[in-house]
Design a protein around this ligand. Structure first.
Ligand SMILES: [Zn+2]
Ligand SMILES: [Zn+2]
Length: 558
């Protein structure tokens, strides 16, 4: 080996997905320190919740790799779930690298890029299943696994420093219903070749046994739908294409016609048909047509299993859906898991359905859901096939990653490293070594605007939500004489016992008092007047409301 070659190194840098389940963004770099060539593996989003009002989509901060965009050779997507590809359109303008994906994933990527007006600009490379991608020092080979969506690919990444197995999301389903079974042969072969590091899904590391096959869910759903007399709605994630297949089979077995409800159902079904799925299914019917059929002839396939307020099922439950009505004797089957944090909204939805006389059946009542991620026995199997020197658990919260690293140790993997977003980890025969910490963080999509999570807009908004707003306006001349006002406006404040008129008068009196008491030097000064009024109102408000509303003061000079 030449001396310059000795300086080459292989590093792994997660910018998202290590410390949370969602927004995956992984980097691999190879080359001399500081002059590495890079690839991005996955570029996903996560979703906001009640703790992020007004922010529905959250993304990893790509700044580190955006600053090295000239050395970025490509963006490789493992599969079409939002947490793996949802941020491509948002960040592509900063990364500008070609995008590689298999046909199903690429169909949905194209859709997104077209929506963002980027389709013509982005170089897209559609790769066949088990295909190869050559990017500088990275020779990548796709390995088909099983998951809950078509075409879940693991990546075998060959570099001069060794072979990486990047699993992406996977489980071992001998009967996945969509796509091929796990390509165990390719994994075993790679294991024999010698895998330096395996970067692996940790989602279900706390669950013993196996995730279970989709075929089991199909058998149970067929039975369960057969037991129903009224309309049936199956609530599932549109992105769980395996489940859509299962639901369609359950409908056909029971001579029910399928009606898709929700935009993302239609979008996902379009992608599935594009790769030849659902070819033999009977044509689906529209919402109006379904409403006219006898109740026992219909099966709705709906979005909104997590109680998302704007999704189809919430609108159906509140009776505000235009065509889809459910009532006494109808059933909703929740064929999905309760995502932690969504319990309240799901229970509210289920309460609304039950109040309307609808039967609600969930995964706890019947076997109508299986996870798409590996449980402990499947992880053990994967380690037995791959036999990596280094285990790098990703796709999990901190507790998942630590537990997964522990499991790998028990399985005699010599080295392990539970990464944090922003860690730069050097991978070599000596093991995994933390060599740097690079900038990482979160970006919020706040309406149309991408903004750093720590930018302050959300913090201010939460404060307003808690305290409400008092706004004061007054006109003061250059001598400091009050010419008009003060006027007070209240937003989001409860009416105290004495009434709004009385407190507004108090606030105005306090403001006027503050202006009149200003010392001569400051009179007529806009800023000083604002400060004086601000102080007076801030002092008074807690005595009225027992809390500190946000106070805005506008002084207009004449
Ligand atoms: Zn996935
Ligand atoms: Zn995922």
């Amino acid at each position: 080996m030449s001396s310059s070659k000795n300086k080459d190194r292989l590093v792994f840098v997660p910018l998202g997905g290590s410390g949370e389940i969602g927004m995956n963004l992984n980097l691999y770099g190879f080359g001399p320190e500081g002059c590495e060539k890079w690839i991005v593996v996955d570029l996903g989003v996560t979703f906001g919740d009640a703790s992020t009002p007004g922010v529905e989509v959250i993304m990893p901060d790509p700044e580190f790799i955006a600053a090295r965009a000239d050395d970025l050779l490509g963006i490789v997507l493992t599969h079409a779930h939002e947490d793996h590809m949802g941020a491509v359109a948002a960040f592509w303008p900063r990364l500008r690298a070609p995008v590689y994906a298999t046909p199903f994933t690429m169909y949905l990527v194209r859709d997104r890029l077209a929506e963002a007006g980027l389709l013509k600009e982005v170089k897209l490379h559609e790769v066949p299943l088990s295909g190869k991608i050559s990017l500088g020092p990275f020779e990548i080979e796709l390995v088909t696994l099983t998951h809950s969506i078509p075409e879940p690919n693991a990546l075998l990444i060959r570099t001069p420093a060794g072979l990486i197995l990047h699993t992406g999301d996977w489980k071992i389903d001998p009967e996945p219903l969509i796509g091929e079974a796990t390509d165990a042969k390719a994994l075993i072969k790679a294991g024999e070749e010698g895998i330096l590091a395996m970067v692996c899904d940790s989602t279900n590391v706390f669950t013993e046994g196996e995730a279970g096959s989709e075929a089991g869910v199909r058998d149970e759903l067929i039975k369960l739908v057969g037991e129903q007399e009224g309309r049936v709605a199956i609530a599932a994630f549109a992105s769980n294409v395996a489940r859509l297949q299962t639901a369609v089979e359950a409908a056909e077995h029971n001579h029910r016609q399928v009606c898709l409800v929700g935009r993302s159902m239609h979008r996902m079904m379009g992608a599935a048909r594009h790769v030849g799925l659902f070819e033999n299914a009977r044509p689906f019917i529209g919402e109006e047509e379904a409403a006219a059929l006898p109740r026992k002839d219909v099966l709705y396939l709906c979005t909104g299993s997590q109680g998302e307020p704007r999704a189809a099922l919430s609108r159906i439950a509140s009776g505000s859906h235009r065509f889809v009505k459910l009532g006494q004797g109808d059933s909703v089957l929740f064929s999905s898991r309760v995502i932690p944090g969504n319990e309240k909204s799901i229970f509210a939805l289920q309460n609304a359905l039950v109040s309307a006389g609808v039967n609600v059946i969930g995964e706890r009542d019947r076997h109508i859901h299986v996870s798409g991620h590996p449980c402990r026995d499947e992880l053990r199997q994967m380690y037995a096939w791959a036999r990596p020197r280094i285990a790098i658990p990703v796709h999990g919260e901190r507790r998942h990653l630590i537990e997964h690293a522990k499991l790998a140790r028990e399985l005699q993997v010599p080295h392990g490293f539970a990464p944090r977003n922003g860690d730069m980890i050097k991978l070599s025969d000596a093991g995994a070594e933390l060599v740097d910490e690079v900038p990482s963080g979160r970006v919020h999509r706040d309406g149309n605007v991408l903004t750093p999570a720590e930018g302050g807009a959300l913090r201010a908004r939460k404060k307003l939500a808690f305290g409400g707003v008092i706004s004061m306006a007054l006109v003061v001349d250059h001598k400091g004489v009050l010419r008009s006002g003060p006027e007070a406006n209240l937003f989001g404040l409860a009416e105290p016992e004495e009434g709004f008129d009385a407190v507004i008068e108090k606030l105005c009196d306090a403001a006027q008092d503050a202006v009149e008491r200003m010392n001569k030097r400051n009179r007529g000064d806009e800023r000083a007047t604002e400060d004086a009024v601000l102080l007076a109102v801030r002092r008074l408000a807690p005595r009225i409301w027992g809390k500190r509303p946000h106070v805005e003061v506008i002084v207009l000079p004449v």
